[in-house]
Design a protein around this ligand. Structure first.
Ligand code: FAD
Length: 382
């Protein structure tokens, strides 16, 4: 190790920013050097994308600048990461070679619409920040017809988000007075709405969307998309506007590194270690199994918790302490109703023998908490 240990963090999203801040809040710049690398220089809380779609937000008002990190003596490099070299403890970007003592991999997922034939040409990617304004324009101009929301691969990030999107779109159409002439259909490959949250919560989500006349179609495994038509393994469906949640894969650098096999993610345990010493992986790019059939869902709140866990463990190593903490698997996700209220889906992955989940009432107070959640992340991290 060099005199001042160097922690390099790949990705300035939920996981990267929580770990960088936890490290810096505990250790000064004479105790640890921290570098965050990201190809883009802004951070946005994922759910703000839906507010851009429904017109209550602009992109500019929803982002924080990663350049602000320098004020906390956290280096920020805006470049694409090209290679991770475990042996030489080195990260290669286009113009730099950066050596590290500790590495935190938090690169998130890559959205892969090209994996579904015809999707790029015929549908929108609901999660792509570049398509939000086009989606909004389409939704603002539809007078009648069919909107399809289709989940095209599992796992995908923030499992309740597409349901929330359907409710916000319902609300947009109601405000424009065209809801009665626009059908909203929701297609999922899963048998129930939120398999990770269990049957009881899934039933409540189903009731919630059904109460707004949004039809949930289960077990619809996508094969391809044609002009105005979804082709599933066992059926077909028409649409006028398609909002897809495309398959998620890991970035190429992760497959090239051998840490994960395509199309999967980096397997970790609750200590977020990889097989390499002092190299950790957190957030959406990982898979943390819970029992035999489940995994921690891909969500910012879990990436954040894992980031704090890893930072604490790196601090222990630097301070020559023995303690190791494990990620607690606890988190909550907001589900906005489209009626100026939100409910909170609370999740506890590990305390009991199986994950426990609960869905609160939809209230205005919870919607305020959601707005506060975003404000707090942007102000404390950047
Ligand atoms: C519509 C929507 C709503 C959501 N709502 C919620 C919610 O209510 N609650 C919640 O907890 N989560 C929510 N999420 C999910 C949440 O945004 C993600 O789970 C979270 O961002 C994952 O954090 P991460 O650090 O693993 O990855 P990310 O936040 O995706 O960060 C990864 C970063 O790595 C960078 N990167 C990747 N590869 C490279 C490379 N080769 N070179 C340079 N940089 C690279 C990327 O640019 C990115 O900035 C939502 C997501 C969406 C899309």
């Amino acid at each position: 190790m060099t005199n001042i240990p160097h922690v390099v963090i790949l990705g300035g999203g939920f996981g990267g920013l929580s770990s960088a801040n936890e490290l810096r809040n505990t250790l000064s710049s004479s105790q640890v050097k921290i570098t965050v690398i990201d190809k883009k220089d802004w951070f946005m809380v994922g759910f703000a994308k839906l507010w851009i779609i429904n017109g209550t937000r602009t992109f500019e008002n929803s982002i924080g600048s990663l350049n602000e990190l320098s004020k906390k003596e956290i280096n920020f490099i805006k470049e694409e990461i090209l290679e991770i070299n475990f042996q030489n403890k080195n990260i290669k970007t286009k113009s730099q070679n950066i050596t590290f003592d500790f590495l935190i991999i938090s690169t998130g997922v890559v959205l892969a619409p090209q994996k579904i034939p015809g999707l790029v040409e015929n549908g929108f990617n609901l999660y792509d920040h570049d398509q939000l304004l086009k989606i909004r324009d389409k939704l603002e101009s539809i007078e009648s017809g069919k909107i399809a929301i289709s989940i095209m691969g599992m796992p995908y990030k923030c499992p309740p988000a597409p349901f929330e999107a359907s409710l916000l779109i319902d609300s947009m159409l109601r405000k424009r007075g065209v809801r009665d002439s626009v059908q909203i259909d929701f297609y999922s490959p899963a048998p129930i709405t939120l398999p990770a949250a269990g049957p009881e919560v899934s039933k409540k989500i189903l009731e919630l969307v059904n109460s707004e006349k949004i039809t949930f179609h289960n077990s619809c495994k996508i094969k391809s998309v044609e002009s105005k038509k979804l082709i599933f393994e066992n059926s077909e469906a028409d649409f006028d506007i398609l909002l897809a949640i495309p398959p998620h894969i890991a970035p190429k650098i992760i497959y090239d590194s051998g840490l994960a096999k395509e199309p999967g993610f980096i397997p970790i345990d609750r200590d977020c270690k990889t097989p390499f010493e002092n190299i950790f992986a957190i957030g959406d790019v990982t898979v943390l199994a819970v029992g035999e059939k489940m995994a921690v869902p891909k969500a910012g709140i879990f990436a954040e918790g894992e980031g704090i866990t890893v930072a604490k463990n790196i601090i222990s190593i630097i301070q020559l302490k023995e303690e190791t903490v494990l990620f607690d698997g606890k988190g909550g996700c907001f589900i906005e109703s489209g009626k100026d209220t939100a409910s909170i889906l609370e999740v506890d992955m590990f305390t009991n023998s199986k994950p426990s989940t609960s869905l609160s009432e939809s209230t205005t107070d919870n919607l305020s908490k959601k707005k506060e959640f975003e404000k707090e992340r942007l102000s404390k991290w950047l």
